[in-house]
Design a protein around this ligand. Structure first.
Ligand code: AOS
Ligand code: MN
Length: 430
């Protein structure tokens, strides 16, 4: 049986490790390596918890540093970058104060430059690397009725051409991942045929897949609605998963935490994708209503904790799992660099709490059918104040215990507001 024929393709060794961990967790030897092992030892092993927190990586989106807003108004802020080089410099500030955010995602064409090698070298000179390349097939008049699913083959060719160009950017920058989010869909029943659109999508994705290098992946994001309001061509994890399974090893699913119906159990989706070895990345953000793109962990820290618990349970925190923890946020009214620092800290806090879950106790309670006991184990971890632990981790790395205060003291905000005068401020869509 070939890979693409297997419905639950378990290609990540981490998934097996995690299941083995689950089977053995009453002994406290829940895992062989990495954060899974940490979880098995729970709060009793602060050294391992700290090591896991030190090795965690969170990726920053270039667009978070530019101006953004809603369809009603984009507010400009002083000191906002005028080009991708300044965006990378700002991202480097987030890494400088947190120590866990050394990569920045680019968005093409928003971050189009003449020389991508130069941009990658610039990133390196700031202690950063270029991360995921985000494609854009949603801001061209030709895409009104869709891009890779458009009824006209000429428009589909144009869209695939853009995606291939994004792989060229990956080659030039050393990026390993291409993120695909398609705004494709319809607004009215009968407007177009679901099945034909799925066929066109599959064909376009296959063409792109062929272009990927051995170490490159494509990450297919799903979104329930918006900008299409009747149906989206990739509305849910099942659709993304089905395409990724058919394509093969190098295709993985992206879970954007803002892209579900209210009440969706996102951590269950995470568990399923990790079991199948198909979780490629997160786009972390928070939402109260729709795709609000607020700071991750701000609307529902408990949900973020539950997600991180399943990540750890499934081996997703191990670097070998290949799961990329990215932020996909817009800071419309708050200052951007501190908002990114706060977001990184929120992910770290949820991760630290999830690492403190006492797995042997949890497993024992689950097997005994002790509903309240099992729930109490999770709640104990969630209710732990992990800020002193994270402060220690930072100090042990030579960082300030309080990244927000350190950034505020650094004078960087005043410096860029003074220096970045004139030119055109970067913004969502520009
Ligand atoms: C859009 O809703 C998606 O979240 C995409 O990931 C998008 O490309 C990103 O938000 C940049 O705008
Ligand atoms: Mn996203």
């Amino acid at each position: 049986m070939t890979r693409s024929e297997r419905p639950l393709d378990r290609d990540a060794s981490s998934a097996d490790t995690a299941d083995a961990a689950g089977a053995a967790d009453t002994t406290g030897v829940a895992s062989a390596a990495g954060p899974t092992a940490v979880a098995g030892t729970g709060a009793a092993n602060p050294t391992a918890v700290k090591a896991a927190l030190r090795s965690q990586r969170i990726e920053l989106p270039s667009w978070a540093f530019g101006n953004s807003g809603t369809r009603f108004k984009v507010f400009s802020q002083p000191g906002v970058p005028r080009d991708p080089f300044e965006k990378v410099a700002d991202a480097a500030q987030v890494h400088r104060h947190t120590g866990v955010a050394p990569t920045v995602s680019l968005h093409i064409p928003w971050d189009k430059v003449a020389d991508y090698g130069k941009l990658a070298a610039h990133a390196e000179s700031h202690g950063m690397r270029i991360g995921v390349i985000n494609s854009n097939t949603f801001q061209d008049d030709d895409y009104k009725l869709g891009s890779v699913t458009h009824p006209d083959p000429a428009v589909r060719d144009k869209a695939v051409g853009h995606l291939v160009e994004c792989v060229d950017v990956m080659d030039a920058t050393g990026s390993a991942d291409l993120k695909l989010w398609f705004a494709d869909g319809t607004n009215y029943p009968g407007q177009d045929d679901f099945r034909s659109r799925q066929d066109r999508l599959a064909e376009s994705l296959s063409q792109l897949y062929e272009r990927l290098g051995d170490r490159q992946r494509m990450l297919l994001e799903y979104k329930l609605f918006e900008p299409a309001f009747y149906h989206s061509d990739v509305p849910d994890w099942g659709t993304s998963f089905a395409h990724c399974v058919r394509l093969g090893e190098k295709a993985k699913v992206v879970v954007d935490t803002g892209h579900h119906a209210p009440g969706t159990n996102i951590e269950f989706i995470v568990a399923m994708l990790l079991r199948a070895g198909k979780l490629g990345a997160f786009d972390f953000n928070s939402r109260f209503y729709a795709d609000d793109d607020l700071m991750v962990g701000s609307a529902d820290p408990f949900q973020l904790f539950r997600i991180m618990h399943e990540v750890i349970r499934g081996g997703g925190l191990d670097a070998a799992s290949g799961v990329n923890f990215m932020l996909d946020q817009c800071h419309n009214i708050e200052p951007k660099i501190p908002a990114q620092i706060r977001s990184v800290m929120n992910v770290q806090e949820a991760t630290a709490k999830a690492l403190l879950v006492d797995w042997p106790a949890l497993s024992a309670a689950q097997r005994a059918g002790d509903v309240l006991g099992a729930n109490a184990v999770l709640m104990d971890a969630f209710n732990t104040d992990v800020r002193p632990l994270l402060a220690e981790v930072r100090e042990e790395q030579g960082l300030d215990a309080d990244p927000m205060a350190a950034y505020a003291r650094s004078g960087y905000a005043t410096k860029i507001a003074g220096e970045r005068v004139g030119g055109h401020q970067a913004g969502w869509g520009a």
